[in-house]
Design a protein. Structure first.
Length: 376
């Protein structure tokens, strides 16, 4: 889960990393009051979980409280790369002498953490990294050894950062470790005209697997959560949205994954997949179908169940209950095999819903679902 800039800033502050004075507002009037408290002038910054706010017009200077109110009114409600701005951060403006870039990131290919730092920070860092890679230092960090003062000194000198940044580099590593982060980034870390080092912007990505320890950020990420994923999660199901036309329901991760491959092999693309898990009941099947059917991209649905702990007759009863309650509008191809398959097929056969077809093999079912997705 990504944190908002103001949340990252709060963590920096808690770990002794110097940041400018700042407060969050969700209305223009509130922005005006904060600017007054900050001494009149303020940088008004959109709070959205995406980068490049500056270039998108989401970071603007206001010379007095009235201007802060007006600027906040313009930024609140803005759409930045698909993210609606609901709050702004008002920060005390600083005189920038130099902008640096520093981050620690989990590098999955290298299987370890990497310090990335540059003396050419700021809004053009991507450009710098692409055209002058030698201006960006990349130094592996051992998770167990961490970033000591000596290590921070090594990073700073490799990147050409002034020695005053060493303390920030050490503390930033502490943020990563103590806050269960997979990424911490400061861009820009600045040297002010007065010679102070300040973190002017922050990005922190918290490991989702550590949410139980990081409950302060909320149980789920309200900005990023897909509404159908949320609906599925509420019912204890795993649902993932993809970009094709065939809805896929299966039991067990392995079977679901191979079903996706078979659908792709039939020339169609899965629209999503839903794993109803090992102990799927009629209720679970009904819940799953209603989640899948409410996705407008879905043109046909493939239910592929290999009965083990989940008996096929329970799945069939779930399907029958579901087609009666959710009002089926899209064709459903069902393949039941394994535990109680014959009884399951008989239950579906008796119900004889015009939009429900059965197939005996996984390949046959996938082929038929792909065909239906193309014709409806
Ligand atoms: P981003 O574009 O989403 O990364 O937003 P930032 O918070 O990094 O702001 C973008 C740019 O605005 C920074 O790189 C700075 O150059 C500039 N900026 C932000 N705050 C201040 C400030 O207090 N004073 C000055 N002079 N520039 C600022
Ligand atoms: Mn930035």
């Amino acid at each position: 889960m990504d944190l908002y800039e103001h949340q990252a800033r709060q963590l920096f502050e808690e770990h002794g990393i110097p940041v400018p004075r700042a407060e969050v507002a969700d209305s223009p009037q509130q922005a005006r009051g904060i600017a007054r408290r900050l001494g009149g002038r303020a940088v008004v910054k959109a709070q959205v979980k995406t980068g490049g706010r500056g270039k998108a017009g989401g970071v603007r200077f206001a010379a007095d409280p009235a201007a802060a109110e007006l600027t906040a009114r313009q930024i609140l409600g803005m759409d930045i790369k698909g993210h609606r701005v609901r709050t702004v951060l008002l920060a005390e403006p600083v005189d920038i002498a130099e902008e640096f870039y520093v981050s620690y990131v989990l590098d999955r290919t290298a299987g370890g953490f990497l310090a990335i730092a540059s003396a050419q920070g700021g809004m053009e860092i991507e450009e710098v990294a692409a055209t002058r890679p030698q201006a960006v230092a990349r130094i592996p960090v051992d998770r167990a050894e961490g970033v000591t003062s000596a290590k921070a000194g090594e990073i700073a000198s490799a990147a050409g950062l002034p020695p005053q940044t060493v303390d920030v580099l050490v503390r930033l590593w502490q943020v990563l470790v103590r806050e269960d982060a997979l990424l911490v980034e400061v861009n820009p870390l600045v040297r002010t005209a007065q010679g102070r080092i300040l973190a002017l912007d922050g990005k922190v990505t918290v490991d989702d697997n550590a949410r139980f320890r990081q409950a302060r950020w909320g149980a789920r990420d309200e900005e990023h959560q897909d509404p159908l994923e949320a609906a599925a999660a509420e019912r204890g199901l795993t649902y993932v949205r993809l970009d094709g036309q065939v809805g896929v329901i299966g039991n067990g991760a392995g079977l679901v994954m191979s079903t996706l491959d078979v659908v792709a092999g039939c020339g169609a693309r899965p629209a999503n997949f839903l794993d109803i898990g090992g102990g799927a009941s009629a209720q679970v099947m009904a819940d799953g179908l209603s989640v899948i059917l409410s996705d407008p991209a879905v043109k046909s649905v493939l239910v592929n169940v290999f009965g083990g702990i989940t008996a096929c007759d329970a799945v069939a009863e779930g399907i029958v209950a579901a087609v009666d309650t959710v009002r089926l509008t899209k064709p459903l191809v069902v393949r039941l095999d394994g535990n109680n398959a014959a009884r399951g097929r008989a239950i579906l056969g008796e119900r004889a819903h015009p939009l429900v077809e059965q197939a005996t093999t996984m390949d046959g079912a996938a082929r038929r679902a792909a065909e239906l997705a193309h014709t409806v």
